[in-house]
Design a protein around this ligand. Structure first.
Ligand code: SF4
Length: 284
């Protein structure tokens, strides 16, 4: 199965986003999807380009709105596997309201955040994930705001699947995306994805030195919500692996009353061919 297309990514050489693209393509193949079964929806930012780089249905949305679009796609066609993607500015700043409510809604969507702790596309401003004291063009004296913790927010919003990875760890990242796709509900996978052009602090080496792998704790139980929250806080949010997994809650689309199980995209057209042509003529 081939999820590669002919579009050459225009990310900077060395950008962490390349590995995330490869991991999504590998995970989709490993779980047995065909390109026509997969929709990749993205927001705006360097990372938002990813929907054009994967051979599948792709929708490059608007800033902070990848998740509302992804939820619409999923409701319209439940047979599609829906992957939403974007950067930390996209999902945790302008899009944070949508992120929190998508998490608590628990629709069957895999949300992959490319967390480079800066705004790359607009050439290097402080994001909600930038550390206190972080100096950029928008904070020349250093950021005075506290760092937002997406893992803690996801846990407190009732997430059913929370994972974190590093773009350099392709094996772990691919396995987590596979697990997210197989999870019946909303899965958040935050991925440290270095911006080699504008973030000279949170580099590949910095992450390698500071990341804590959950595999170092063989007794860790990802079904224990309190243990998950504790471990996130103990490691300063720098742990990677499957942090929390709750398989007891059904996804939104299975619970909503009166929802067409086939999805709107599959409903029978109640029009003749001529009526359909007339109706759509003005959009041609
Ligand atoms: Fe990647 Fe940063 Fe370049 Fe954007 S500016 S493509 S995030 S390295």
């Amino acid at each position: 199965k081939e999820f590669r297309n002919n579009v050459k990514p225009n990310w900077c050489p060395g950008c962490g986003d390349f590995s995330i693209q490869a991991a999504i393509q590998r995970a989709a193949a490993n779980v047995g999807l065909e390109p026509e079964n997969l929709a990749v929806v993205s927001g705006i930012g360097c990372s938002g380009r990813i929907s054009g780089y994967i051979h599948a249905y792709g929708l490059h949305g608007i800033h902070g709105r990848a998740l509302p679009i992804a939820q619409g796609v999923k409701l319209a066609n439940r047979e599609l596997t829906v992957v939403a993607s974007g950067g930390d500015g996209d999902g945790f700043a302008i899009g944070m309201g949508h992120t929190v409510h998508a998490i608590r809604r628990n629709m069957d969507i895999t949300y992959i955040v490319m967390d480079n702790q800066i705004y790359g596309l607009t050439k290097g401003q402080t994001s909600p994930r930038s550390a206190e004291g972080f100096k950029t063009k928008s904070t020349p004296e250093g950021s005075i705001e506290s760092v937002l913790s997406p893992l803690e927010i996801a846990m407190s919003a009732g997430a059913t699947f929370v994972a974190q990875s590093f773009s350099s760890d392709l094996k772990q990242l691919t396995a987590l995306i596979e697990a997210g796709i197989n999870h019946k509900g909303f899965s958040l996978i935050n991925v440290f994805s270095p911006c080699v052009t504008f973030n000279k602090v949170n580099t590949y080496d910095w992450f390698k030195e500071n990341i804590v792998k959950l595999e170092e704790f063989p007794d860790y139980d990802p079904t224990n919500r309190i243990a998950a929250m504790t471990k996130i806080m103990e490691t300063g949010g720098l742990l990677t692996g499957l942090i929390y997994h709750n398989q007891t809650r059904k996804p939104y689309e299975e619970l909503v009353s009166g929802f067409r199980p086939e999805g709107l995209a599959k409903q029978e057209l109640q029009l003749s061919r001529d009526e359909f042509e007339q109706l759509t003529a003005e959009f041609k």
